[in-house]
Write a protein that binds this ligand. Sequence first.
Ligand code: ARG
Length: 458
Amino acid sequence: MAQLWGGRFTKETDRLVYNFNASVTFDRKMYRQDIIGSKAHAAMLGKQGVLTQEETQAILEGLDGILEDVENGKLQITSEYEDIHSFVEAVLTQRIGDAGKKLHTGRSRNDQVALDMKLYVRDELDETEDLLKELLKSLLQIMEENTDTYMPGFTHLQKAQPVTLAHHIGAYFEMFRRDRERLADVRKRLNLCPLGSGALAGTTYPLDRDFTARCLGFDGPTRNSMDSVSDRDYVIEFLSALSTIMMHLSRFCEEIIIWNSNEYRFVEIDDAYSTGSSIMPQKKNPDIAELIRGKTGRVYGALMSILTTMKGIPLAYDKDMQEDKELTFDAIDTVKGCIALFRGMVSTMTFRKDVMEQSAGRGFTNATDAADYLVRHGVPFRDAHCIVGQLVLVCLEKGISMDELPLDEYKKISPAFEEDVYEAISLKTCVEKRNTFGAPGPEAMEKVIGECRAYLEV
Ligand code: ARG
């Protein structure tokens, strides 16, 4: 049991208490951030004359050595230490002697852990953003290749109007683009440095907080020391952004599961991303999509958990906040894994263009266009809607599509129909004429794809 305190205690900590209180088994994940933060603190103490140049140099070199040895496996972070902060300080002191004991001057584990967690979240935020960018590139490629792949667009999971695969995938491009922007937004608000806030009330040492903030890539120091040590908003915001990413992935997975079903057959997931059944030899299951959909709950759980943990905590630091780590780390690893796997699955998936197109031609996806045809021939839209409704009924009775209904049947319901109605309601026309910005028509789509490309290039 190695801990940083004990002077005012007369008894050993109970073993169960020690284990319950310790966090090294999970906060060791932040060893790099802890060391980088300590280096900035030491350099600042040296600059301010709180430490001598020799002490500062010894600390900086000692910390570099620890980082190197942890990274190459020479030094194990064991559970003999209470937390990562104790571990680094103890090893430093073993290695460089008394100077190591001065590292914690003007610092508390409260501002230290707030800093470590911010640095960790910031690093992971950047990695998540990069992964999303890779996913967006894959989606853009599918879009570019499928501007004329017709498929039914749905509302209520009922066929509605024809769209293209490029357009459908483009909807997800927008979602993941917003997700990236959300991460950038969280980063902006997060990027103030809590180091120098001490336990809660700052310190009497002449610390240069601007210096440490700059050293660590922050925009400046935080403005209130009590808030600094008790703020976990950035964790909540990050988990919220991660939850939204999972919500989007999960919706996409749900669609892929439907599209991959024996009934739809719009896509076929690659063998490398499918699994089989132990009893049914014919099965090829979309387990990866299902697992991503399933893991969404776990990430939401992390968000709910930290929100609940934070809701009753009086200022400033309380140990409750140690609970932020395991669930945040788990959520981050889950989301990063899901984005990467999803990207692999979607970019190796086969789109059955013929099946999609055939499906788009059924189910009266052109009914709105038939009504629009009548509008162009002077019929008020509400009347046109009713007329086409009657046409649909006739077709349903005959078991045919509107393209197959003879012109005299059309004319029985409205004399406004002419021979050119077939052209007006063809699948190609229905898609190609939809060129309002944001619509699936080729001109509109080309503009949007151009914008997406430009967005990814910067
Ligand atoms: N392991 C603690 C945490 O994660 C570090 C801060 C400890 N501070 C304290 N006053 N006990 O929050």
